[in-house]
Design a protein around this ligand. Structure first.
Ligand code: NAP
Length: 306
């Protein structure tokens, strides 16, 4: 199989443009969903301590490796759950950050992950201690690259002001309704790869299954469901799905994407993004759709991007 289209991190590692997202996939479902993704050709898997599905994700990966998939053909990301005192959790420090990664590796059944991220900033003062732990994990080779998620410019500046290494990536909510041009420009200046999550927010079907609620309003869903909704019109023009238009937009901007689905047909189609190109007029029209902040996490949530 040919190598998947990828971006190159500042470490020199290749991060495939299309990763399989696993948020809201339960551990017992994760093995079959990730197995379907690997069979469809995904070579980049995104999980997290906080998703509580690393064991199932790991079982699928090891089955694929037993079937001949080489570890170095795969890019696996997991994330540190930083702990939040506001929810009665002990914020992680340097030592417990290291222990958390070791526990994730144990659950995944892997010797290393390709990328380890601090999942969120929270309103607490352990970020630097946690980043020191991340750096130690990178130096020990347990994480081949390290980064952050949901960090703003000032959160990253804080790490740099402490004299610590620049993160290799920042995973953020990024889609036509939340384009974050200042942050994306900052990341480009620093050589930090932006990784887009929740690319499919503008779909009327985004997280509509029971238990997958989000801050998206009914008005937004109705707007997205209209016959003349812009992504619907573009999808017809290119002969693809609306999801493919949204994912292709990100790829054309240079952002890796992490579409999540438990539907085998969607899993396959979400990977099929390289046979068409959005033209300049459509890219310009999408550039005008930015609504500012994120939608995937509700306002007032301590995890919310700010
Ligand atoms: N770092 C962070 O804080 C953070 C936050 C959020 C997400 N993430 C990562 O990014 C991944 C993706 O984000 P996400 O899970 O929020 O959402 P997403 O991938 O943007 O969208 C998933 C939703 O869209 C539906 N869907 C998927 N493919 C579709 C298609 N082709 N047509 C129509 N509907 C489709 C899914 O339903 P079905 O499953 O029923 O198909 C689900 O409801 C996550 O799984 C996670 O790995 C990271």
């Amino acid at each position: 199989m040919s190598k998947p289209p990828s971006i190159t991190l500042s470490t020199g590692a290749h991060l495939p443009f299309v990763g399989f997202g696993t948020y809201l996939i339960k551990d017992e479902q994760a093995e079959s969903a990730v197995g379907a993704a690997l069979s469809a050709g995904y070579r980049h898997i995104d999980t997290a301590e906080g998703y509580q599905n690393e064991s199932g994700v790991g079982r699928a990966i090891r089955t694929a490796m037993d079937g001949g998939l080489a570890r170095d053909e795969l890019f696996v990301t997991t994330k540190l759950w930083p702990g939040y005192a506001g929810w009665g959790q002990e914020p992680k420090n340097t030592e417990t950050t290291i222990a958390s990664c070791e526990a994730s590796l144990e659950r995944l059944g892997l010797d290393y992950v390709d990328l380890y991220l601090i999942h969120a900033t929270f309103d607490q003062d352990q970020r630097i201690a946690q980043w020191r732990g991340m750096v130690a994990l990178w130096e020990r080779g347990l994480a081949r690259a390290i980064g952050v998620s949901n960090f703003s410019e000032s959160h990253i500046d804080e790490l740099l002001a402490a004299g610590l290494p620049v993160p290799h990536a920042n995973q953020i909510e990024l889609h036509p309704w939340s384009q974050k041009p200042a942050l994306v420009g900052y990341l480009a200046d620093k050589g930090i790869a932006p990784i887009a999550y929740s690319s499919l927010v503008p779909l009327s079907t985004w997280r509509t299954a029971p238990g997958q609620d989000s801050a998206k309003t009914e008005a937004m869903r109705e707007e997205a469901a209209k016959d003349d909704a812009p992504f619907r019109v573009m999808a017809e023009k290119y002969g693809v799905s609306e999801a493919q238009v949204l994912l292709r937009w990100a790829v054309q901007k240079g952002y890796p994407v992490l579409p999540k689905s438990t539907n085998p047909e969607r899993i396959r189609a979400n990977l099929d993004l390289f046979g068409f190109t959005l033209d300049d007029a459509d890219m310009a029209a999408i550039a005008d759709m930015d609504r500012g902040g994120g939608i995937a996490w509700s306002v007032g949530d301590p995890l919310a991007f700010s």
